[in-house]
Design a protein around this ligand. Sequence first.
Ligand SMILES: *Cc1c(COP(=O)(O)O)cnc(C)c1O
Length: 371
Amino acid sequence: MSNETKEVINVTRPSMPPLGEFLPYLERIWTSHILTNGGPCHAQLERELVAFLGVKHIALFNNATIALVVALKALGIQGEVITTPFSFVATAHSLLWNNITPVFVDIEPDTLNLDPAKIEAAITDRTTAIMPVHCYGQPAAAVAIDEIAKRHGLKVIYDAAHAFGVRDQNGSVLNYGDLSILSFHATKVFNTFEGGAIVCQTLAMKEHIDRLKNFGHDGEIRVIETGINGKMSEINSAFGLLQLKYVDAMIAKRESIDALYRKGLAPVKGIECLNVFEGVPNYAYFPILVNSDFPMSRDRLYDHMKANGVNPRRYFYPLISEFPMYRDLPSSDRRNLPAAAHAADRILCLPIYPDLEAASVQRILDLIAQV
Ligand SMILES: *Cc1c(COP(=O)(O)O)cnc(C)c1O
């Protein structure tokens, strides 16, 4: 095997704008001496993102995890929150950081998102909110979820870390529920090295959140709530301004990779691709399900690919509900989460990023087809 001579392909690789184009932004920061605390780049990125995404208000953050923690705090969420076990661990960690008990509800087998038909049975008199995830950028059943929430007087906080730019028939999916949280981490579709944001429906809520991310300060000498430091710096904001100029082109490149995978995998027995939804996707991930009629188990295929210089990832295995701080909750029992457990055992995310070459996609397809 000649894999020593072949470049290793990871599940993702951040796209970088031309370095020279970042220098004027740095000069602007060097001239102003404003490094953080809601400077001009921060204000400009908020304005540009509101326009680009088609949302009402945005509060930028240093990362999505702090943004999730602050979102729950801003809405005064307590008691129990219904959420999905099939996500990145930060979704549920944000609940524990607020002393909230996660209640895991199973997912839909086709979208791998929170199953609205299972939510009502999990509502108790301690339930105050629902926290769905738009997993892989595929919209959760938001119309149904928001309707259930309204009927039961619950808040809805969407972990939209994967859903940058995603639209359905109603426009941006970031406008569902009370708040939506974006991640601008290096591995996401739009990155600011580290970063995140909360999409808000009212200016009053944005101002509240802006206070919470700045220690709870209200002016120079008044502190009116227990805030945290969640601010995005000027250098991250400046990088975001530059990235925003390229993000449409980057998503278009992802789309063509997605198409190559779908075409190449269609004849492979036992490999199932997730459906593309009708709307504007962002091609953030390329998840496949390795079914029992494939000649190898998911983990054997994963090892086989790694041995050949390709590093896919098993997002999201294990389920969040299987980590030690969650596994003793009554809702964490795998019998309560059969669709999530079945997906976690078969899921594999193949490499997808704007600069992934067609020849590399072919190399990955050959590795799977050879089995
Ligand atoms: C990446 C991610 C987060 C955390 O984002 P950070 O910006 O790294 O804190 C939260 N939820 C989901 C679903 C994610 O994929």
